[in-house]
Ligand binder design. Structure first.
Ligand code: SAM
Length: 291
């Protein structure tokens, strides 16, 4: 065990994502030896510190005070403090506060030390059974349905090789997100839902997006923390057709086949397998995006 004193600097310390045993010896030593621990939520971190008998003073640094708090922390670091940063769970900076402070420390010439450990993104990926050679972490999708669909469409259009896309998702949105994925990638696309990782009710649902959707719909309630992974393939000629701009196809139908807008809309709805009203909504969404 290394018992040399901690060097001055900023320590980004990963903490467990459920199971309190998932913390490294080095993380515990850093938390014990630091001058202060900057926590996303001090009550949450206290559970870990109490479990390991660590009495280091804590301060709160969360998304609402990160900028102001960072200035104070940087001042302390400049005079040689050793500050550990933790989020509520997992690795700071990964869909959690930490990035701003890290940038500020680097700009001020302060050493930044990563203390690696748990992160839901990698835990979910390695056990998913999906491609681990090429993956992309997306974080949380926008909560509003139009923006979420647009993001998924942009992701699909931007792929040049098979890629596992990894998303964090909330239980109350998971069913809608799966529906959107089905629309973008088709019902046969493979997904994995990793729920409650490292906890008592850890669960992996693996299958086509339609199967996983059905399984969730058959449950009384959907709870817990979850990571959604999708085996995203580059668009084939068929799916590329679906991703072609609706506006462009509409104009094409009007020009090349001489259809009136009303008839072109009817034809396009048939082509895309959606109702006229759904197509109209999609078209409005697309138009507002390109404005
Ligand atoms: N910084 C964290 C990390 O490194 O994983 C992520 C923080 S983010 C605010 C919280 C989201 O991570 C949750 O909504 C969920 O999507 C995912 N997550 C965190 N812990 C999880 C767990 N035990 N099982 C599944 N997903 C988890």
């Amino acid at each position: 065990m290394n018992d040399s004193p901690l060097a001055p600097g900023l320590y980004l310390v990963a903490t467990p994502i459920g199971n309190l045993e998932d913390v490294t010896l080095r993380a515990l030593r850093v938390l014990r030896s630091a001058d202060r621990i900057a926590c996303e939520d001090t009550r949450q971190t206290r559970k870990l510190l109490d479990r390991y008998g660590i009495a280091t003073p804590v301060i709160s640094s969360h998304e609402h005070n990160e900028a102001e708090r960072s200035r104070q922390i940087i001042e302390e670091l400049k005079i040689g403090a050793r500050i550990a940063v933790v989020s509520d769970a997992g690795t700071p900076g990964i869909s959690d506060p930490g990035m701003f402070l890290t940038g500020a420390a680097i700009a001020a010439g302060i050493p930044v030390y990563p203390i690696p450990g748990a992160s839901a993104v990698l835990a979910a990926l390695v056990a998913s059974g999906l491609n681990t050679e090429q993956f992309s972490f997306i974080g949380f999708l926008p909560p509003k349905s139009g923006a979420r669909r647009t993001t998924l469409e942009d992701l699909a259009a931007g792929l040049s090789r098979p890629t596992t896309l990894i998303l964090y998702e909330a239980p109350h949105r998971i069913v809608d997100t799966l529906s959107d994925m089905e629309t973008v990638w088709g019902p046969a696309c493979r997904v994995v839902l990793a729920r409650e990782l490292t906890k008592v009710h850890e669960e992996f649902l693996r299958g086509t997006v339609r199967d996983v959707h059905k399984q969730l719909n058959s449950r009384e309630g959907i709870r817990g923390e979850m990571v959604l992974l999708i085996d995203a393939q580059p668009l084939t000629a068929h799916s590329a057709m679906a991703a072609t701009s609706l506006q462009a196809r509409l104009v094409e139908l009007e020009k090349s086949e001489g259809l009136a807008e009303k008839d072109a809309l009817k034809r396009l709805a048939r082509e895309r397998g959606v109702s006229k009203s759904e197509l109209w909504r999609e078209l409005q969404r697309e138009r507002s995006r390109v404005k």
